[in-house]
Design a protein around this ligand. Structure first.
Ligand code: B1M
Length: 210
């Protein structure tokens, strides 16, 4: 297996020490930083996404892989001018008003970042006006809302309505997710998409951000 293959395997294994060493060695050998990201680090994380979706990997393992990948990215980042950093698009994401659950959202953020998205994570308990403000400020391709409570999922519709009122709805794609949310609810509230897990959310953003 070539070095990129070994690096991808170390990302899949969540072995951040090895990823760190391999990244530094490649940097010292003047390997193209973009190739390190695309062919080594992201290649590994892509496999993680597929395995997680298939139920062959679980949340703690995915988090270890994401941490390993970030360790490598942090070393490579300073070598790449901001404009050259490969970006899959920009996503603003938050947990809706009244809801403090964020473990799943953090996983979505990690997967998105691992896939090359620029992510603005607003955190938890975000009111419709907070999402509107963030869309105005960051001009993302996609805005994502997470909710874990049957009561707070209703805030997703309020946020879609607030985006409409602010004249922003046509400028941004909206996706929703979280345990009580499903595709039919997403359609009812006028969202562009629903994802049941972090890997699907990443695939959806890849499609919507094109
Ligand atoms: Co809460 N809680 N909780 N809780 N909690 C649930 C959700 C609950 C189902 C437990 C239960 O009763 N069986 C229940 C909700 C019932 C309902 O509404 N139907 C519940 C309740 C009632 C409450 C409180 C009201 C309890 C109380 O105080 N009486 C309270 C509410 C606080 C509030 O938010 N205002 C509360 C509090 C908490 C803690 C703070 C203790 C803690 C949260 C800590 C934190 O997040 N920082 C907590 C936890 C941990 C849970 C459970 C046990 C686990 C949730 C979790 O993290 N799952 C949960 C029971 C359960 O789900 N088994 C429960 C793991 C995570 C990886 O999965 O979040 O589903 P998940 O994310 C997935 C997908 O849903 C998807 O991708 C993720 C990764 O694959 N996804 C998206 C998520 N967001 C997405 C966004 C996307 C796309 C996909 O696009 C934007």
């Amino acid at each position: 297996m070539n070095s990129f293959g070994n690096m991808a395997e170390a990302v899949i294994a969540g072995d951040f020490e090895t990823v760190k060493k391999m990244t530094q060695t490649m940097i010292d050998e003047q390997v193209d930083p973009i190739a390190i990201i695309n062919q080594g680090l992201m290649a590994g994380m892509n496999v993680v996404g597929v395995r997680f979706k298939a139920g062959d990997m679980f949340v703690p393992e995915v988090m270890m892989s994401a941490r390993a990948m970030s360790t490598g990215i942090e070393l490579v980042k300073p070598l790449i001018a901001d404009t050259n950093m490969p970006s899959a698009g920009k996503v603003v994401i938050g947990t809706v008003k009244g809801d403090l659950h964020d473990i799943g959202k953090k996983l979505v953020v990690m997967m998105l970042e691992s896939a090359g998205f620029q992510v603005v994570d607003l955190g938890v308990d975000q009111a419709p006006a907070d999402f509107v403000k963030a869309v105005q400020e960051h001009n993302p391709h996609v805005v994502g809302m997470s909710a874990l409570l049957t009561t707070t999922m209703l805030k997703m519709k309020d946020t879609v309505d607030a985006l409409k009122e602010a004249g922003l709805r046509d400028k941004v794609k909206v996706i929703v997710g979280g345990a009580p949310v499903n595709r039919s609810f997403a359609e009812q509230i006028g969202a562009d998409g629903f994802a049941s897990d972090a890997a699907t959310a990443t695939d959806l953003c890849k499609t919507l951000a094109q």
